[in-house]
Design a protein around this ligand. Structure first.
Ligand code: SF4
Length: 294
């Protein structure tokens, strides 16, 4: 039986071997720890309790976590072991549970959340995703996820083909976000400034591709309104072997252009990043094994 979690619809039986994402039917985790680089409403004071899963169903050529894409790095976790880790993150003072690149592991994640909640987990859960998943998968997560953090990568299918080999990327991602909005609505932030529920849409601005950033922002406004909370990410860092148009950092002019366009469209809740974020310092280090940074 194949896998239907994302639009790749791999025919592979994952109990016998991995699909395109590199994930078998056993959860593999590359890193667990407190992560302080998410948006302020997510990082809070305690930081996010982040679980970086191994493997990825999008595999962008410019990924800053490339070492995780193949699914080879990390350790296998049972749902019971993941539940224990989530409870440990809560004990350490994390403000939330941040599930990073979770789509290939939805079944194990739901089982782990069930077990952890039964033992006292009360933190909001974040689904931190490349947005390339089916609406059925989003619906399956209803009741398990409080905060959705989809990163809309491209509107121009030529970019999706060139950088991620992802058929029908934009429409798939927007349909997934629509399902997330149906479940949780726009982002709700409490008086202490912490996100509790809803959707925060990210977009990583790419060099030489501002036209696509503008088109994505137009699309978000049309489909979800200017009430949508956005995070315009500036942290693109070229790979050593990066080819045009991804062979340089973003210029100040490009990023400011994206921010101005966003504000002129009427968005009022927009996270922006300083230029200093475009370094590998924002990329967590990964050893051969899970590292619990406590
Ligand atoms: S989650 Fe992985 S195995 Fe499943 S369809 Fe997507 S790429 Fe294929």
């Amino acid at each position: 039986m194949g896998c239907e979690l994302c639009p790749r619809h791999c025919p592979a039986d994952r109990s016998k071997g991995p699909g395109f994402c590199g994930a078998s039917d056993r959860m593999k985790v590359a890193r667990i720890g407190i992560h302080r680089y998410e948006e302020p409403c997510l990082a809070g004071e305690g930081g996010s309790g982040a679980v970086f899963f191994s493997g990825c169903n999008l595999r962008c050529v410019f990924c800053q976590n490339k070492v995780l894409q193949t699914g080879k790095m990390g350790q296998f976790f049972s749902p019971e072991e993941l539940a224990d880790a989530l409870l440990e993150l809560q004990q350490l003072g994390a403000d939330n549970i941040d599930l990073v690149t979770p789509t290939p592991h939805v079944a194990g994640i739901c089982a782990a959340i069930d077990k952890a909640r039964a033992q006292g987990l009360h933190l909001p859960t974040i689904y931190n995703t490349n947005a390339y998943l089916t609406t059925d998968t989003v619906r399956r997560l209803e009741g398990y996820i409080d905060l959705w953090l989809p990163d809309i990568k491209y509107r121009d299918q030529r970019l999706a083909d060139a950088f991620s080999k992802a058929p029908n990327y934009y429409e798939t991602a927007m349909a997934a976000v629509e399902a997330m909005m149906d479940i949780s609505g726009q982002l709700q932030i409490n008086e202490a400034g912490r996100a509790q529920r809803g959707v925060l849409i990210r977009h990583l601005v790419l060099p030489n591709c501002i036209y696509d950033t503008r088109a994505i922002l137009d699309g978000i406004r049309e489909r979800f309104s200017t009430d949508t909370c956005l995070s315009l990410m500036r942290q693109f860092t070229p790979q050593p072997d990066g080819q045009f148009p991804l062979n340089r950092r973003l210029t100040h002019r490009e990023y400011n252009n994206a921010v101005d366009y966003c504000i002129n469209l009427g968005f009022e809740r927009v996270y922006i990043q300083k230029a200093a974020s475009a370094t590998f310092a924002y990329t967590p280090e990964f050893g051969d094994y899970v590292t619990v940074q406590l």
